[in-house]
Design a protein around this ligand. Structure first.
Ligand code: 9WN
Length: 441
């Protein structure tokens, strides 16, 4: 790849991360997302590992300082220095229960995909290249994080196994990180949409972003209704199957959950804990994904609605994520590669672009609306990682080059138009910048 292009991109990525640092954490973007988000912090740490490892650890630590006693790591940790009105729904709406050693800042009661063990391991293994002081810091931080990462995994594999199949359920589309993905359409159609809620609360996102690029009002009414139901039950998970309208097993969330156990195998070995526990858990989750989320008929992975037991009809980028797992049966890995190369997703060999978030050939494919078509760098980064795990080196390199070219030409946007490559959503978006650094390194 052209060295000027790489140098330009490296510089602009590092400056986005400098600009988005907020005293002890990184914001995903200044205007649209002025707090700390959970899986963003993990992707961001992976990039900070190259330019500022101390900040990578600080960011992860700020997030885990807000971990709940039951092990859940909140999907947003609110910055007390940011006004309530700067993001909706803010801390007052979430109204999370107080607990003993809770830090001053508020959080939500939802989670996001547990990318953090993967990130912590990536930051740790790069630390030595920054010198002895960084290596020492990395060892100390990893020791602090390990029990917290284990508690996070145990919360998800324990209390969140609402279907009893050895998979974690998400209780809200926001937990997937793929908010309005068509993967949830079938399950969300049964969730009441009280549009009156939107008269009472104002959508802050529509004041700072284009409505055509964001989830719809009906989506938001359902999102708020689900939060209210979970909140009013004290964010308790017991018995959710009988009292919550949305419970879904997502192949992407669960693939990340299993990949996190594999990262914990390495981390446990460094901190003097037993790695075997994590290896066994990774194998169990992989088996559950492979057995329960794979549709033999179409040879694709789908999300499963826990309440009805049915697989979603939508073919989404989340179905490509189990490629992250080394123990996936060979024919399923091959099926993912075939799906990724098909006209539905079109690997860069055919389109010159990274894969979109949804099947290009589906009637509902929407080039602008968030997770219903646009290209996102984080899921493409995960797909490339999966290709490397399964030895698809040529495809991984093509995908890497397509991501680097796209971000270089269009900027560090939140997401990208899947036909023209134009940047959409928030500019100067942290994880796009952070993962670009990793792709260039
Ligand atoms: C809701 C911060 C987050 C990402 C998610 C992305 C979007 C929030 C929103 O932004 O979600 O959590 O307000 O739309 O979908 O993946 O973590 O970047």
């Amino acid at each position: 790849m052209h060295t000027d292009m790489s140098a330009d991109l490296w510089k602009s990525a590092a400056s986005v991360l400098d600009g988005n640092w907020a005293h002890d954490h990184m914001v995903p973007s200044r205007r649209l997302y002025p707090h700390q988000w959970s899986w963003d912090a993990a992707f961001i740490a992976i990039g900070l590992a190259y330019v500022n490892p101390t900040r990578a650890w600080r960011d992860l630590r700020s997030l885990f300082e807000a971990q709940w006693p039951d092990g859940r790591v909140p999907h947003i940790v609110f910055d007390p220095l940011t006004a309530e009105g700067d993001y909706f729904p803010g801390p007052a709406f979430w109204d999370v229960p107080a607990y003993g050693n809770r830090p001053a800042r508020g959080s939500t009661g939802l989670v996001q995909p547990p990318m953090h063990a993967i990130a912590a391991w990536e930051v740790y293994r790069r630390a030595a290249s920054h010198g002895a002081r960084c290596a020492h810091e990395a060892g100390e931080q990893l020791k602090w994080l390990y029990p917290r990462l284990v508690a996070q995994q145990e919360y998800l594999t324990g209390r969140r196994d609402t279907g009893g199949r050895g998979l974690a359920s998400i209780v809200h589309p926001w937990e997937s990180g793929l908010d309005n993905s068509p993967s949830w359409d079938a399950a969300m159609s049964g969730v009441p949409a009280d549009l009156g809620l939107l008269d009472r609360y104002r959508r802050r996102d529509l004041q700072v972003a284009d409505a055509a690029h964001r989830p719809t009002d009906v989506d938001y009414a359902r999102y708020l209704g689900l939060v209210i139901n979970y909140r009013d039950g004290g964010y308790e998970d017991a018995g959710l199957a009988h009292r919550h309208a949305f419970l879904v097993e997502c192949p992407s969330f669960n693939a990340i959950l299993a990949a996190a156990e594999l990262a914990l195998v390495h981390i446990a070995a460094v901190v003097g804990a037993d790695p075997m526990i994590h290896r066994r858990r990774a194998r169990r989750i992989t088996e559950a994904i492979s057995t329960h989320l794979y549709d033999e008929r179409t040879a694709t992975f789908r999300s499963r609605d826990v309440r009805t037991g049915t697989l979603s009809p939508a073919r989404c980028v989340s179905g490509l994520m189990p490629l992250l797992l080394p123990d996936l049966p060979r024919e399923q890995a091959e099926a993912i590669m075939a799906e990724a190369a098909s006209p539905r997703f079109g690997l860069p060999g055919t389109t010159g672009l990274p894969v979109p978030s949804y099947d290009r050939t589906a009637p509902g494919f929407d080039t602008l609306r968030y997770w219903r078509g646009p290209i996102w760098i984080n899921v493409n980064w995960l797909l490339r990682r999966g290709m490397l795990v399964h030895g698809y080196r040529g495809e991984a390199e093509d995908l890497r080059e397509a991501m680097v070219r796209l971000v270089h030409d269009s900027g560090h946007y939140e997401y990208f138009h899947p036909e023209t490559g134009a940047g959409i959503g928030a500019p100067m978006f942290s994880w796009t910048a952070a993962l670009s650094l990793d792709l260039l390194a």
